[in-house]
Design a protein around this ligand. Structure first.
Ligand code: S3P
Length: 168
């Protein structure tokens, strides 16, 4: 199977929007692992967090992501926290992993008001910045390509294409 292009980055970095655009340009399939997890469970991520808690969500997440990485060779968008699981980090080896990099201000302005269970806090902006800061080293460490995700989705997709490894 051809290794997939895997998009990672924090909430609001545009993984789903850029992934759809990228898959259209490359003429390959697109799968968002959060959407796939919700499809498998028949309920939303917010519902899983509320009723079963984060640990239950993370267990479903690792199963879904490992399945998708093993079976899908198009464009894959990961949930922003997937990369905190070492099994997922291991499974990313050999894939082209693109880090959609965004500042806390830009990213939070995109997700403010949306239903993100991890941001349920008296100060969601501070929570966003704190979580992002804790993950920066992992995002950078696993990336084979880093792009400035503050640009328009079509431009981000074009930057990714220009950095894809040449097929041999
Ligand atoms: C999470 C990010 C979300 C989703 C879940 C947990 C995280 O995905 O998987 O709410 O831990 O950063 P997006 O990055 O697509 O918002």
């Amino acid at each position: 199977m051809t290794p997939a292009v895997v998009l990672t980055g924090f909430m609001g970095s545009g993984k789903s929007t850029v992934g759809q655009e990228l898959s259209r340009l490359l003429d390959v399939e697109f799968i968002d692992t959060d959407t796939e997890l919700e499809r498998r469970e028949g309920r939303t991520i917010a519902d899983i967090f509320t009723n079963d808690g984060e640990a239950a969500f993370r267990a479903l997440e690792v199963d879904t992501v490992l399945d998708v990485l093993a079976t899908h060779d198009g464009v894959i968008a990961l949930g922003g926290g997937s990369i905190t699981n070492p099994k997922i980090v291991d499974a990313l080896s050999g894939h082209h992993v693109v880090y959609l990099k965004i500042t806390a201000e830009q990213g939070f302005s995109r997700v403010a008001g949306s239903d993100r269970p991890l941001l349920a806090s008296a100060d969601p902006g501070a929570r966003y910045a704190e979580l992002l800061a804790g993950r920066l080293a992992v995002y950078s460490g696993i990336a084979t390509q880093t792009v400035d995700a503050s640009a328009l989705p079509a431009d981000v997709a074009a930057m990714i294409i220009s950095g894809l490894p040449q097929a041999s």
